[in-house]
Design a protein around this ligand. Structure first.
Ligand SMILES: O=c1ccn([C@@H]2O[C@H](COP(=O)(O)OP(=O)(O)O[C@H]3O[C@H](CO)[C@H](O)[C@H](O)[C@H]3O)[C@@H](O)[C@H]2O)c(=O)[nH]1
Length: 318
């Protein structure tokens, strides 16, 4: 089976590529290397059943070239930075909505059978029900990023039903692990390297979210995709997360401990009642009952995933 992974040189994408290659698929990656890094997929570059295209999916021709001959598209290419929404909404529109539209157009033309898309917990906004199930309503994102992900989901649903592109959407909690090059753990490590005595924490530190290790994420995606293929549905949505959550303050404590430091915590106070930035969802935990009912569950809880990620990043970050 020929598989295209968009964003395959990125954090989650490259872990997915590792699994697909280990399972013997023909894999093509398209990535503009804006956030991704060739080092993440270095080990596969000379393999016969691997192909890399450096290209920007904002260009429809790149999307058309990338999907040629593919039976499945795993669409992970995106700008993942929630916090830039207030400064650069157009960038989040282009790198989440426009590229998804281009890809769908190319897939329609090429008659690609399956699409797997990584959406985000941010589509739920400040959910009133926690843990939040997939059928929670109304979906009211509070960030441009969440809005762009929801717009992409809606386009995918429309194309799926109109053009028979069987599509599976994953709404991901905060995904962490080796090769991540942004986010709270990455930021804390870098801040502490610059000043081991003081750690600036955005917001009031009580932001509480569910963190999932990338290994659990990729395993869940592939497992549930196999189940989806066996079923009749044209379009389906799953939350992927862990069954618990953890505060930013607790993350700061874990990072400090793993680095053997005892810094003074400095809270910026943030915006809108202690959020790190405009659009930062303060409390997020997803119901993963639907995924569990199909037989998937994460091996690590949030605490274990954070600890392991700190160790992985300390080993690999320069
Ligand atoms: O220096 C920092 C950086 C972050 N935070 C806080 O840490 C929390 C997590 O922030 P991240 O930047 O790690 O992650 P986000 O919650 O903004 O978003 C992440 O998870 C989302 C899904 O839940 C999306 O998928 C998104 O792409 C991904 O980056 C936030 O509450 C933020 O306020 C700090 O206190 N200090």
């Amino acid at each position: 089976m020929r598989v295209l992974v968009t964003g395959g040189a990125g954090f989650i994408g490259s872990h997915l590529v590792d699994r697909l290659m280990e399972q013997g698929y023909d894999v093509r990656v398209v990535d503009d290397l804006s956030a991704g890094d060739l080092k993440n997929i270095e080990r596969w570059l000379n393999s016969e059943n691997f192909e890399f295209i450096k290209g920007d999916l904002r260009d429809l021709e790149v999307a058309e070239e990338a999907v040629k001959g593919a039976e499945v598209v795993f669409h992970l290419a995106a700008n993942p930075e929630v916090r830039i929404g207030a400064q650069s909404p157009e960038l989040l529109y282009e790198t989440n909505v426009l590229i998804t539209y281009n890809l769908l157009e190319a897939m329609k033309k090429e008659k690609v059978k399956y699409l797997v898309f990584t959406s985000s917990s941010t589509v739920y906004g400040d959910a009133k029900i926690i843990p939040t199930p997939e059928d929670y309503a109304p979906l009211e994102p509070i960030s441009v990023y969440g809005g762009a992900k929801l717009a992409a989901e809606a386009l995918i649903s429309g194309y799926a039903h109109t053009f028979d592109i069987r599509s599976l959407v994953f709404r991901l909690a905060n995904i962490i692990g080796e090769r991540s090059n942004h986010g709270v753990i990455y930021d804390f490590i870098n801040k502490l390297k610059a000043d081991p005595n003081r750690l600036e924490i955005l917001g009031d530190g009580t932001q509480r979210k569910s963190y999932l290790h990338v290994s659990d994420t990729v395993e869940g995606m592939l497992y549930l995709f196999e189940k989806f293929i066996e079923e009749e549905k044209v379009y389906d949505v799953y939350n992927l997360g862990s069954d618990d959550w953890i505060t930013v303050r607790e993350i700061a404590e874990i990072v400090s401990k793993e680095m053997g430091l005892n810094p003074e915590f400095y809270f910026t106070g943030g915006v809108d009642g202690g959020r790190g930035w405009k659009g930062d969802v303060k409390f997020m935990r997803l119901s993963i009952e639907k995924a569990k009912s199909k037989g998937w569950k994460p091996k690590m809880n949030s605490y274990e995933a954070v600890r392991r990620t700190v160790q992985e990043l300390l080993r690999t970050l320069k």
